[in-house]
Design a protein around this ligand. Structure first.
Ligand code: GLN
Length: 579
């Protein structure tokens, strides 16, 4: 039978529970244990698919198509494991199961009650995930903060499980230890004391408390927290200051032998730790010196308090993984697509970057700006990597400029265009008949066949791949032949040959101009960087201005000439690199 580690946050949300949980998973895995991780979101949303990224950060997608919280991405990255829908639950999904069971007479006619039936469903789900993964340790992160109304029923599940299996449950409180003094030196423990007492009021006692602070917690603070919050020793209070890289947190925990402490508390016989590869990867992230400048063209810029990074977290992490592999230091700049619409001349600024990524997105806002970006990158030999929408945009740009179809578009933005090069497929349309949008996209893992001799085939080193999807629109089969004739190579195709999965320009035309209909970033892992991100960064590194490659500099100043059948209107620009 597995052991359970529950992780709950104190004082504020966004305190780092996800990275803490994932790092605990990592250090236990490094001791030879099978670990799985579960995320509980207290929202009534059934999944994360209908939430705007500016509200809740990126929607992560699993192989089985589950649309979930970005922390699931952290777990997959840290544990190097493919998780499934069993590893994710929300208040909405729990209630939905209970209500469906009730409607199907699953409760034998008895009164179904919030307590205990909701917490019991939570426990049932946790144990289902445990069974499926055959885990020795299940880490369960409870979203929200101790004391708020939303996660009370989940904490009640912890209480019930602890009564049933007292020796198998460990409760961790990750709490803020703030400082208001200049330099953040005077750390205050009171908010954490309140958080721990709030748990006590719910019948729970934390076994370990992690103090998240700008600096390391000193002995005195740890003693104080332990004494007031009912912990036997100051060693049960773990100092968790900010780290240079999220992957370093696991190493910091092992510096104070955290895994020993957890294993002792759960009465598990420890094996020796093996974190060698992890340590090397962290060193490569922290110590690589050669900077490559990557611009990410996004649109989720509008929420003042929101971290833009959260909307594109998997893309950022995938870049970091690839950077560690080829030993470069990627420096990311956020570029607002709408700026290129307001002032088209701004695209010239792109010459400052060694590579550009146009990530996934939806809708009209910023789309013309993104098309301008794709054109500039194509014409000026700047490595371009389009992820999902970024691939569709590159296709629209190519159709407009090379085939001369000025009105070419995706029907997502212009349903009336005469050249709907990106369109919704009949199978997807069917999903929308009831106007019920939840989970109606093409979601999760699908296989693709790669074309020999292409960049994508070279990158993967194989011709069969499987990648994760989240989109409604596809390259329109009606226009494929013409696009290909005009030089765009569809180098990845679905097994039934209907869906275009990868589009690229041949290497002799461009150092890297490639888009994927899938989201490669979702499968990048720190110790197994995604081959396409590695290939992109290699191209970026080879053509980076930092190197004395005069030919590339000259090529970028002069747009490459266009194939004959085009009908170019826009004046070409020349670019000066500002160093
Ligand atoms: N909006 C596009 C579609 O639905 C792309 C989606 C995405 O980038 N994830 O097809």
């Amino acid at each position: 039978m597995a052991k359970y580690i529950f992780v709950v946050g104190g004082v504020i949300s966004g305190v780092g529970k996800g990275i803490t949980s994932a790092s605990i998973g990592k250090i236990l895995q490094a001791r030879g244990l099978r670990v799985t991780a579960i995320k509980i979101d207290p929202y009534v949303n059934v999944d994360a698919g209908t939430m705007n990224p500016t509200e809740h950060g990126e929607t992560f997608v699993l192989d089985d198509g589950t649309e979930c919280d970005q922390d699931m991405g952290n777990y997959e990255r840290f544990l190097d494991q493919d998780l499934s829908r069993d590893n994710y639950m929300t208040t909405g999904s729990i209630y939905l199961s209970v209500i469906n069971r009730e409607r199907n007479l699953g409760y034998n006619g008895r009164c179904v009650e919030v307590v205990p039936d909701i917490p019991l469903e939570v426990i049932r789900r946790i144990q289902a995930a445990e069974k499926k993964s055959r885990a020795d340790v299940v880490i369960v992160e409870i979203g929200g903060t101790a004391g708020e109304y939303q996660n009370i029923l989940f904490l009640e599940a912890v209480r019930i499980l602890k009564i049933k299996r007292p020796k198998d449950v460990l409760l961790i409180l990750v709490s803020l230890v703030p400082s208001l003094t200049a330099g953040g030196t005077e750390l205050k423990t009171k908010p954490t004391q309140y958080a721990a007492r709030t748990l006590n009021a719910g019948g729970l006692q934390a076994d370990l408390i992690f103090g998240r602070a700008p600096i390391a917690l000193d002995e005195k603070r740890r003693e104080k927290i332990a004494f007031v919050c009912g912990l036997a020793s100051k060693d049960d209070v773990i100092s968790a200051p900010n780290a240079r890289s999220v992957y370093e947190v696991a190493l910091n925990f092992e510096k104070v032998k955290l895994s020993d402490r957890i294993l002792h508390k759960l009465d598990i016989k420890p094996k020796a730790t093996d974190l060698r590869e992890w340590r090397q990867m962290v060193a490569a992230i922290n110590d690589s010196e050669k900077v490559v400048k990557i611009g990410i063209v996004g649109k989720y810029f509008d929420s003042g308090s929101f971290m833009l990074e959260d909307s594109y977290i998997s893309v950022i992490e995938a870049i970091k993984h690839a950077g560690a592999k080829i030993k470069v230091k990627p420096e990311i700049t956020w570029l607002n697509a709408e700026e290129f619409e307001k002032d088209p001349r701004r695209v010239r600024d792109l010459a400052r970057y060694d590579g550009i990524i146009v990530p996934g997105g939806f809708g009209k806002r910023g789309v013309e700006g993104k098309i301008r970006v794709a054109r500039y990158c194509r014409e000026h030999q700047i490595p371009y990597f389009g992820l999902c929408y970024g691939m569709q945009i590159a296709t629209v740009e190519y159709a407009r400029d090379i085939l001369g179809w000025q009105d070419a578009h995706t029907t997502e933005v212009d349903p009336k265009t005469k050249h709907p090069v990106i369109d919704i497929m009949p199978e997807q349309k069917k999903n929308l008949v009831n106007k019920d949008y939840g989970a109606t996209m093409r979601l999760g893992a699908y296989p693709a066949q790669l074309k020999k001799g292409t960049i994508v085939a070279h990158a993967y080193g194989t011709l069969s791949i499987s990648e994760r999807h989240r989109h409604r629109y596809e390259v329109n089969p009606e226009f494929i032949a013409q696009l290909e004739k005009a030089g765009l190579v569809f180098s990845g195709i679905s097994p039934n040959r209907k869906l275009m999965e990868v589009a690229e320009l041949p290497r002799d035309k461009h150092p890297f101009f490639l888009g994927t209909q899938f989201h490669p970033e979702l499968k990048s892992r720190p110790l197994r960087p995604h081959p396409l991100f590695v290939e992109f960064l290699r191209a970026v590194n080879n053509t980076a201005y930092g190197e004395e490659d005069q030919k590339v500099k000259i090529a970028r100043k002069q747009p490459v000439s266009k194939p004959k059948n085009g009908s170019k209107k826009e004046a070409r620009t020349t670019v000066k690199k500002s160093k």
